[in-house]
Design a protein around this ligand. Structure first.
Ligand SMILES: [Zn+2]
Length: 150
């Protein structure tokens, strides 16, 4: 699709703010005007959560956060990955979809009480309000999210 757009509107993956992003950014990473998160000009993907950014990206998110707790060696987690990518794009602006590598971020994994992976945690106003364990089909994840969508 070749359009002549000089600027695009990109929804911040962290806070849902719509930002105008100029096409010619001379290679600089555009950031959200409200929360400072990096903006992707490609379709929104999941936000990577770490021990370092959990407080900013998850605990202070104005949107509900669907947090996929995973690890690279976990087969079911890898099967769930593409579904999480789709949800991030489809639910952009409604739910922040994020991924936590539990091996690399043991502090957050322990704080969340992760027992097994994959685990999907639904976090609202910094509190875990629901969870779904296992590599479940996309339809089940959408049903799980439904009561939490505004
Ligand atoms: Zn933002």
């Amino acid at each position: 699709m070749a359009t002549m757009m000089m600027e695009t509107v990109v929804t911040c993956p962290a806070c849902g703010q719509k930002n105008r992003v100029h096409a010619t950014m001379d290679g600089r990473q555009p950031v959200c005007g409200r929360c400072g998160a990096a903006l992707e000009t490609a379709p929104a993907g999941p936000v990577t959560v770490t021990d370092a950014n959990y407080a900013t990206v998850v605990a202070q998110s104005p949107l509900p956060v669907l947090l996929d707790c995973w690890a690279p060696w976990c087969g079911p987690c890898r099967r769930l990955g593409p579904v999480i990518d789709q949800l991030a794009s489809e639910l952009s602006g409604k739910v922040t979809v994020a991924k936590l590598n539990v091996d690399e971020n043991p502090r957050t994994a322990a704080a969340l009480g992760i027992q097994g992976i994959p685990t999907l945690k639904l976090i609202r106003d910094g509190r875990v309000v629901d969870e779904l364990v296992g590599a479940v089909p996309k339809g089940e994840i959408l049903r799980f999210l439904q009561p939490h969508l505004r």
